[in-house]
Write a protein that binds this ligand. Structure first.
Ligand SMILES: [Zn+2]
Length: 412
């Protein structure tokens, strides 16, 4: 096999970060018919780090049409805490940057309008850009003008030629999901006003490596982002970061504030502190990235020991969440529906299907009262508090919550 090239700087990727072997697509939940047909496919899932630009990335052997299939049906508004997060963002940005009726806010990958609806409520004009037609339709239904398109250098240029110029552009949890990261970022400089501000939110790689968040690695998640790597992509496109906020979302995310290099925005101390912390953690040295597998295997072994203990005690185990990250974890552990009897998820599109690989059946959260599991493993550990709050009544039959990261523990 030839050595793949870095998706940004094209240097040969000779350093493995974590090889997870062959895995099914993490968002491809199976219908009963698909499960019976036995035609599920698996693809190599191999994360590497570029020694040229330090972008951590997975190989790209999967065609985009296989990924953006009917399994890709995530509606952001299903998560109340995420919608609340978006509301706080809208209010803070409108105040900090003085946004009003003459401004324009664009969100790229705007999903079902979960974020832009809050700018609409503040009287700020918005435009959503969203590649998935059914989520774009949901956005329009809540009064958020939305265009169905992939954002990149070409579509950014086309928008600019129509006179579309933004005061604020948001791209939350999308930067990691675009295969051509350089081409994607290039689109922003066409649409951003000279003094406009661009915010990117993405899970911070420093937490992935520090807290063994290997379950965030899956095929659709192409890049694992540090400030170090993102800044290189920005600078290559005449853009720069000038401020950053650390967010608790997705196990620790960055909200990076960016602008044109010519805009004159001064770098904040927060940005400089973050740059220093990445340097202190060694993210700018290739040897830092070795040895991650040892820690991943320890996490797997801890979970398998828990499952064995539960089985020996005759206790049933179910899971909460049918999200991508849970699938990477379950499939790396080799878990099956014999060990985890059900996965509960609030998204009705997923209910009645089966998780890829493990084939655990997905049920509505209300079904937890019928299944009555002794242990409920919270797969989206970043939503732990929300899920514990919603399903606290499992304690009525002695049910207990379990978190598997970074080692498996039963919650009190
Ligand atoms: Zn590179």
């Amino acid at each position: 096999m030839t050595t793949p090239a870095c998706r940004f700087c094209r240097a040969p990727l000779t350093h493995t970060f974590l090889d997870l072997g062959d895995q099914p697509l993490a968002n491809s939940n199976l219908t009963a018919a698909e499960l019976a047909a036995g035609t599920e496919r698996a693809f190599p899932l191999h994360a590497r780090v570029c020694s040229g630009c330090f972008l951590v990335q997975v190989d790209d052997p999967v065609a985009a049409d296989a990924i953006f299939d009917d399994g890709y049906a995530y509606f952001s508004s299903y998560s109340p805490s995420w919608v609340a997060h978006a509301k706080r963002y809208a209010e803070a940005m409108a105040q900090r940057f003085g946004l009003g009726p003459d401004s324009l806010v664009i969100e790229v990958a705007s999903n079902d309008g979960y974020l832009l609806q809050h700018f609409v409520a503040l009287g700020v004009p918005v435009l959503g850009i969203e590649p998935t037609a059914n989520t774009a339709e949901a956005a329009r239904a809540r009064g958020v003008p939305t265009e169905v398109m992939f954002f990149d250098a070409d579509t950014g240029r086309a928008l600019a030629e129509r006179g579309v110029q933004a005061d604020l552009m948001a791209a939350n949890n999308v930067l990691a999901h675009v295969p051509a990261i350089g081409d994607f970022v290039a689109g922003f400089r066409h649409v951003l006003k000279p003094q406009g501000v661009l915010t990117f939110e993405f899970p911070h790689f420093l937490n992935l490596i520090g807290q063994v968040q290997f379950d965030t690695i899956y095929h659709e998640h192409f890049s694992y982002l540090s400030l170090l790597a993102v800044e290189r992509v920005l600078r290559a496109n005449g853009l720069m970061p000038f401020d950053v906020e650390l967010l608790p979302t997705h196990g620790g995310s960055l909200r990076l504030f960016c602008a044109r290099e010519a805009s004159g925005h001064a770098e904040t101390e927060a940005l400089q502190t973050l740059r220093a912390s990445e340097h202190a953690a060694g993210l700018d040295r290739i040897e830092t990235y070795a040895g991650f597998k040892t820690r991943v295997d320890a996490m797997r072994d801890s979970f398998l020991a828990f499952l064995a203990r539960a089985k020996a005690e005759g206790k049933s185990v179910a899971a909460y969440g049918a999200a991508a990250k849970g699938n990477t974890f379950l499939n790396y552990c080799g878990v099956t529906a014999a060990q985890i009897v059900a996965a509960f998820d609030a998204n009705p599109v997923k209910q009645g299907r089966h998780l890829p690989g493990s084939h655990v059946p997905i049920l509505a959260p209300a079904a937890v009262d019928e299944v009555r599991p002794d242990y409920l493993v919270i797969l989206p550990w970043n939503l732990k508090d929300e899920i514990v709050g919603q399903l606290a009544h499992i304690g009525d039959w002695g049910g207990r919550f379990v978190i598997a990261s970074p080692t498996t523990r039963v919650l009190d």
